[in-house]
Design a binder for this molecule. Structure first.
Ligand SMILES: C[S@@+](CC[C@H](N)C(=O)[O-])C[C@H]1O[C@@H](n2cnc3c(N)ncnc32)[C@H](O)[C@@H]1O
Length: 282
């Protein structure tokens, strides 16, 4: 039976506006997320011959990194609901023999049972309309004794990548800080108890959620950094819902750029971050 995308709202989201912004900002985001990507790989312990699934692989950088570790007898599948992000991944990595990209909705795609011995994700698992069903599906694709490792954001207030620009934007819009809920979105997994509940329900064992303080750092100019904060994350989502005049947008942008200038030290702009590194086994 043909695969049917069921997360329609996320399909729209990641194949148009926000998805396109992730395509445009791929290099910048990979740079910003480099410290925590290293940490994710340390914890994932991917080895030669491993068969790896990368969930919500986006532009494919983490899938590519994994493909370098598994050698020619292993392989990596990067799965994503966004055609435009997968097109970017194909443009960058189509020559890599042990790496394949699959366009699908991970919540209900029928992966081969017990295929992968490592499943990883960098911020790609918080967007399922039914995370319980999605993780059960992911569990079924994992081999006995295989491991799942992913990284997600913790409490929004500990993540300046979200708060720094959002605080400026809500002041201009005269709005409260957006409520953080369990609805699909970057912060849906900020509650450790909820992660445990989903993984236990799905059959996972040896569940461990480790909270780690880190830094999101960029060499981008304050102007470039400001642009990115206006298009990705909570700030981008808030602005996408508004129909602001060019004057108001310019005002917000100027203030955000000034905030970036204030944060810049030795050519780097940094944001405090707090992450949950989650691991579990079958
Ligand atoms: C925050 S982005 C992270 C992308 C990538 N992992 C990275 O770190 O650059 C979230 C990714 O999850 C993907 N995604 C969201 N819902 C999905 C679903 N139901 N099935 C597969 N991928 C999904 C999006 O298309 C997007 O590429």
């Amino acid at each position: 039976m043909a695969h049917k995308i069921i997360n329609n709202e996320q399909f729209e989201f990641w194949n148009k506006g926000i998805g396109q912004k992730w395509v445009d900002e791929d290099q910048s985001m990979n740079e910003r997320l480099s410290i925590l990507t290293e940490e994710l790989f340390l914890k994932s312990n991917i080895k030669k011959d491993d068969k790896v699934l990368d969930i919500g692989c986006g532009g494919g950088q983490t899938s590519f990194e994994a493909s370098k570790l598994v050698g020619s007898n292993g392989y990596v599948v990067g799965a994503d609901i966004s055609k435009i992000l997968l097109e970017l991944a194909e443009r960058k990595y189509s020559q890599i023999k042990n790496l394949e990209f699959k366009y699908c909705d991970v919540q209900n795609y029928e992966f081969k049972k017990n295929e992968f011995n490592k499943i990883i994700s960098r911020f790609g698992v918080m967007f399922f309309e039914n995370p319980f069903a999605a993780f059960k599906n992911i569990y079924n694709s994992l081999k006995y004794k295989g491991f799942l490792n992913f990284v997600c954001w913790t409490n929004v207030m500990e993540n300046e990548f979200f708060t720094a620009a959002t605080n400026i934007i809500i002041r201009h819009l005269n709005k409260d800080f957006p409520a953080i809920t369990r609805s699909p979105g970057p912060l849906a997994f900020s509650d450790e108890k909820y992660i445990n509940e989903i993984l236990l329900y799905s059959g996972f064992k040896n569940i461990n959620v480790e909270k780690v303080y880190s830094l999101i750092t960029t060499n981008d100019s304050p102007e470039k950094d400001g642009e990115l904060l206006l298009s990705i994350g909570l700030g981008g989502r808030l602005l996408a819902e508004e129909n602001l005049s060019d004057e108001k947008l310019l005002l917000i942008k100027d203030e955000i750029i000034n905030m970036c200038i204030e944060r810049q030290k030795d050519g780097k702009i940094s944001y405090n971050a707090c992450l949950n590194y989650v691991s579990a086994s079958k």
